[in-house]
Design a protein around this ligand. Structure first.
Ligand code: UDP
Length: 313
């Protein structure tokens, strides 16, 4: 059996990766310090012989006994309010954590795939964002702790690839959604759906004219597997290019949930909030033959029951 280590395994994307790699016949070593992740996302896997869980912080030395074929580094606070609350942990997991995992990959002769982000483009001046764009990041702004940790992560990963010959892969993940997002993680989709279900005001920040492009988690996971299995070691954008303003998105959620008590309320725009974001996915198309298959409408239909279950029961 091939064996994979997944960090951030109890988080939103990490837990979906655990399911996927179990399905693909891997032995899965799941690691998480449970800072933002939740065991309930992976507890359905605990009875499996092919699955083991390590409660461990990857910013400390990482030891995994025996062979390891690949490592997927998905540990990090990932929502703006989380990394504002945990700036040092966010910086450490992207830098020290990645360094530890590169050392482990080198030792085990394993392939390492890292979860980078559209945040490396900052508040982009090029639209849509291709991988060749270097970005527009404020290093000392509130989001800098995440953006710069991820940029350092890419730099050290390329350095280990070039100087130590470690096989590496880099995915730049754009906004992704689906079941198992933390209800209170502060990101726009969990916030809007929770507010709509509870009949509270949907908190649109600024005038709501800023845009995002939302990818359903199953499409993302499919893209990640394709990147891992490819021989391409430069960054690849993964995301859904279907762009929408946040105000339009709020209206979509209101229509979907259909709670007449829920309305829109406007709040201040957070500092350095990117004005427009949409992935250029030509590279993923040509190299991986990948495009997202799930529309936002279908993805939202699949996601709503999870939030109803969490909030209304
Ligand atoms: N946003 C909003 N209301 C909320 C949460 C977020 O209007 O309750 C906006 C936020 O200002 C940003 C967009 O929605 O423009 C996406 O925010 P999110 O925190 O989901 O992730 P980001 O893409 O900024 O990392």
């Amino acid at each position: 059996m091939p064996k994979v280590l997944i960090t951030g395994a109890a988080g939103f994307i990490g837990s979906h990766l655990c399911d996927k790699f179990i399905d693909e016949g891997y032995d899965v070593v799941a690691m998480d310090n449970l800072l933002t992740g939740s065991l309930s996302n992976i507890s359905h896997l605990f009875h499996l012989r092919q699955f083991e869980f390590y409660h461990h912080d990857v910013t400390k030395f990482v030891h995994v006994p025996g062979k390891l074929d690949c490592i997927l580094h998905f540990a990090s606070p990932a929502s703006p309010i989380d990394y504002l609350k945990m700036p040092i942990q966010t910086l450490k997991v992207g830098s020290l954590g990645t360094h530890n995992l590169l050392g482990l990959a080198k030792e085990k002769n394993a392939k390492l795939l890292i979860a980078s982000t559209s945040e490396v483009y900052g508040d982009p001046l090029v639209h849509p964002q291709p991988e060749e764009y270097w970005g527009n990041v404020n290093p000392i702004g509130p989001r800098g702790v995440y953006d710069e940790a991820k940029r350092f992560m890419e730099a050290i990963t390329m350095a280990y690839n070039t100087y130590h010959g470690v096989e590496t892969r880099i995915v730049r993940i754009f906004n992704t959604f689906g079941p198992r997002m933390r209800v209170d993680d502060g990101r726009v989709l969990p916030s809007f759906i929770s507010q709509a279900l509870k009949g509270e005001g949907l908190t649109v920040f600024g005038d709501g004219e800023q845009t995002r492009s939302f990818c359903y988690v199953d499409d993302l996971v499919d893209g990640i597997v394709r990147v891992l299995n490819s021989d391409y070691n430069l960054p690849i954008n993964l995301g859904n290019p279907d762009e929408i303003t946040i105000l339009e998105f709020a209206k979509e959620v209101l229509a979907l949930v259909g709670n007449p008590n829920a309305k829109i309320v406007y709040k201040d725009l957070p500092i350095d909030d990117p004005k427009r974001r949409k992935p250029d996915i030509s590279r993923a198309k040509s190299i991986l033959d990948w495009i997202p298959m799930t529309s936002r409408a279908v993805g939202l239909e699949n996601t709503l029951p999870y939030f109803k279950d969490k909030i209304l029961t």
